[in-house]
Design a binder for this molecule. Structure first.
Ligand SMILES: [Zn+2]
Length: 111
């Protein structure tokens, strides 16, 4: 038994691992909104978006999946279905409204 990564990682990335593990355990329990999650972890929304991106890649190898409801425009109902990253869209491409609903995230088992 060996823990290769933990030995090689710097102290800085070990701290990040802990935040990601926290996010995973929270989202496995119940779906949480993007902003609530950032508040709960006391990190910026930008940092959270970055963590979620890495988590979604990590989970693929564990038969789990990070599921997000897509961002939706509250003014016209447009959904950002093709969005590839986790940062909040600044405005709706259809009606230019900035009232974009924040998504909820959860973690599901695959298959
Ligand atoms: Zn719109």
């Amino acid at each position: 038994m060996h823990s290769g990564c933990q030995v090689q990682c710097t102290a800085g990335s070990l701290v990040e691992m802990t935040v990601r593990q926290k996010i995973i355990s929270i989202l496995e329990t119940a779906p949480v909104g993007f902003r609530d999650l950032a508040k709960q972890l006391k990190i910026s929304e930008k940092a959270l978006a970055d963590h979620l991106f890495h988590i979604s890649r990590t989970l693929k190898s564990r038969q789990k999946r990070l599921v997000a409801r897509p961002f939706r425009c509250l003014a016209c109902g447009f959904t950002f279905k093709d969005r590839k990253h986790f940062a909040k869209p600044s405005r709706c491409p259809v009606c230019r409204s900035t009232r974009v609903e924040l998504p909820e995230y959860r973690i599901c088992r695959q298959g």
